[in-house]
Design a binder for this molecule. Structure first.
Ligand code: TXA
Ligand code: MG
Length: 336
């Protein structure tokens, strides 16, 4: 848990060009002074992150925004006003000449003002924007508690703040405003429906649920990388008709040597002949998102020949959960 002086010590590390593991309300971040290119490079090395995948800059107040982004539209301000501080990232025009490594030398920058108190205090105390991707080796599920990530990242960072389990469990919603339309590039806790309450024109980028071909140009590089995938082959199955979905799971299971079924609490009893993991209640998607990444990290412990994952409707938070599950399954999914 948080220790006395954690914020002061971690802020000093950030100011001195080091890297820090710290909690946010979404997932843990691995952060550095966004304006120090050498420090930010250390994050790319620690994660094994692709050089063309930019980092989100985390800020504590609107004064910090002025230093990094410009030409901000009324619509963009409206979104920040509605969803900051919170699990919401917006891609803006970057002030030139700064944060070259963090933004992969682009002219746009992803910015987020987290609501988690530790994250806020760390940025405030450092008095610097903190560039921070999710804390995980690239390709692995994001870390939502220190225990899950300490082995893969603990000895690669200069300071660790243990803030317990993160609240939301999925990374922030990422949007970009293009021609007065809000495009969701990564769904999260702030849902399409939440954004529609503020602005009427909201679309979900086709790559959020689709599969991306190798040569395709994407609006957010993170979309094209392998994500969240256990070594065990995983298959996602969904139908609005529960019996149809259940029967498809039975049929697939009967062909496998050792199947593992990730099912919602309400449905677990129907799969009692198999090894199961309870992924939370269908009626409480906050619970499902809170524990999803920890569960994905455990799949390989079961030595299953196949992990079958029950899907969800794409409404509300369902879209964000399905976006992560589809990637965990390497796009191997069946919608009936
Ligand atoms: O909740 C979160 O967003 C967490 C916490 C630590 O804040 N961070 C996080 O960062 O998930 P990361 O790097 O794992 O994911 C950031 C996503 C990537 O898909 C990246 O491609 C996209 O945001 N992104 C960041 N900057 C961008 C930019 N300038 N243009 C387009 N996409 C960008
Ligand atoms: Mg990530």
């Amino acid at each position: 848990m948080v220790k006395k002086d954690d914020i002061k010590k971690a802020a000093k590390v950030i100011k001195d060009g080091g890297i820090v593991l710290f909690p946010t309300e979404t997932v843990y971040g691995i952060g550095a002074n966004a304006l120090n290119d050498e420090a930010v490079k250390k994050i790319f090395v620690a994660k094994g992150r692709a050089q063309d995948n930019p980092l989100i800059l985390h800020i504590a107040d609107m004064d910090m925004l002025d230093d990094i982004a410009g030409n901000i539209s009324t619509l963009e301000y409206k979104l920040m006003d509605a969803f900051w501080p919170g699990p919401f990232t917006i891609i803006l025009n970057k002030k030139s000449g700064i944060a070259k490594v963090a933004t992969c030398d682009g002219d746009i920058v992803g910015v987020r003002m987290p609501s988690n108190k530790i994250a806020h205090d760390l940025i405030k105390e450092s008095n610097l924007p903190i560039a921070a991707p999710s804390a995980n080796i690239s390709g692995k599920p994001s870390g939502t508690n220190i225990k899950d990530i300490i082995d893969e990242l603990g000895n690669k960072v200069d300071y660790v703040i243990d803030g317990g389990e993160t609240d939301i469990g999925l990374e922030s919603t990422v949007v970009r405003v293009i021609n007065d339309e809000v495009k969701i590039l990564r769904p999260g806790k702030i849902t399409k429906e939440d954004i529609e309450n503020v602005i009427s024109h909201v679309t979900v980028d086709k790559n959020v649920m689709g599969e991306i071909s190798n040569d395709e140009k994407v609006l957010s590089p993170g979309m094209k990388y392998r994500h969240y995938a256990p070594k065990t082959p995983c298959k996602l199955i969904y139908s609005d008709d529960y019996n149809k979905m259940k029967n498809a799971i039975y049929e697939l299971s009967s062909k496998e040597k050792k199947v593992l079924i990730l099912a919602y609490r309400e449905d677990i009893k129907d799969f009692s002949d198999y090894t199961t993991i309870d992924i939370g209640s269908k009626n409480n998607l906050d619970e499902v998102s809170h524990k999803l990444f920890s569960i994905l990290r455990k799949i390989d412990d079961y030595d299953a020949s196949l992990a079958i994952i029950e899907g969800l409707s794409l409404e509300g938070l369902g879209l964000a959960i399905m976006n992560r599950l589809i990637r965990a399954c390497n796009h191997d999914y069946l919608v009936l």
